[in-house]
Design a binder for this molecule. Structure first.
Ligand code: OAD
Length: 253
């Protein structure tokens, strides 16, 4: 489907998005794909093609070879820094202005929703551009990281500790406060948009069902079918950059 292809949204869906509606947008890596950030399950390229993300994004990998893991994150951070929000991010921002409340609960670590101006963003998996001390978990200033020649930089707080990316790795638990906030938003929304997530990675995958079980309308936006598709009230099988602006157009008519 090319960028000029008109994409129509069912009017029955558009009618559910009124100035009284509370919306939660749950976003996964498919939301960032069109900003040039590959999804987690896409093949890695270049020198990283022989590694699987599942073998790098773990506490064990960092303990075994912190330099390799840090370098992989440097490579990913470089991609995030040049990435720009797309029309789908902008449409979510404009939807926020037209409904009673719109919160974004994201599994993405790239900060693109905040950069596009969205006001209420809950990050479930942290943020790749921030770093923390590997032992205490305390946040480390970006200036400290930039000034260091080491790979990874040492922690400023504890001798022997290192800086690590402020992201949730495989085998680690989600930040409790962010998860609790996300559950609260989902229990109290009228419409839940699940955008660009394969709905495979727990516990984030269970979140759309919390909204649905509480009576919300579940809408999936994904070019492909997922385990969520049969449970959704509407499935928009299109990329986020087409489907989200189409929703906005439909509620304006
Ligand atoms: P996945 O890589 O599992 O799934 C991405 C989904 O996006 C797939 O279902 C694609 O079909 C869909 N997709 C691709 N392009 C799209 C587009 N342009 N518009 C809309 N959808 C599109 O990503 P996540 O579900 O986000 O966790 O994976 C969740 C977590 O898996 C990640 O946060 C990461 C990984 O394990 C951790 O690092 C802890």
């Amino acid at each position: 489907m090319g960028p000029e292809t008109p994409f129509e949204v069912p009017m029955a869906l558009a009618r559910r998005l009124t100035p009284d509606t509370r919306v939660v947008a749950l976003t996964g890596s498919g939301m960032s794909a069109e900003s040039g950030i590959p999804t987690f399950r896409d093949a890695q390229t270049g020198m990283w093609s022989r590694f699987r993300p599942e073998d790098l994004a773990t506490p064990e990998a960092f303990a075994r070879d912190p330099a390799r893991v840090w370098q992989w994150y440097e490579h990913r951070r470089a991609g995030v820094r040049v990435a720009k929000p797309h029309a789908g991010h902008q449409a979510l921002l404009e939807l926020e202005w037209r409904v009673a409340r719109l919160s974004i609960v994201t599994q993405n670590v790239d900060g693109l929703h905040q950069r596009s101006g969205s006001g209420r963003v809950i990050e479930l998996h942290g943020n790749i551009l921030r770093s923390v001390c590997s032992r205490s978990g305390r946040e480390i200033d970006a200036e400290w990281i930039a000034a260091s020649q080491d790979c990874p930089p040492p922690s400023p707080y504890m001798s022997g500790a290192l800086a690590r990316p402020n992201v949730v790795w495989f085998g680690e638990s989600l930040p409790q406060q962010a998860f609790a906030q996300a559950v609260e938003e989902l229990r109290n929304c009228d419409v839940c948009l699940a955008i660009g997530t394969s709905a495979l990675v727990q516990p984030a995958a269970s979140l759309p069902l919390i909204a649905r079980d509480a009576g919300a309308l579940l809408v999936e936006i994904n070019p492909d079918k997922t385990p969520l598709s049969p449970l959704a009230g509407f499935c928009l099988h299109a990329p986020a950059s087409l489907a989200l602006p189409a929703i906005l157009r439909a509620i304006k008519v």
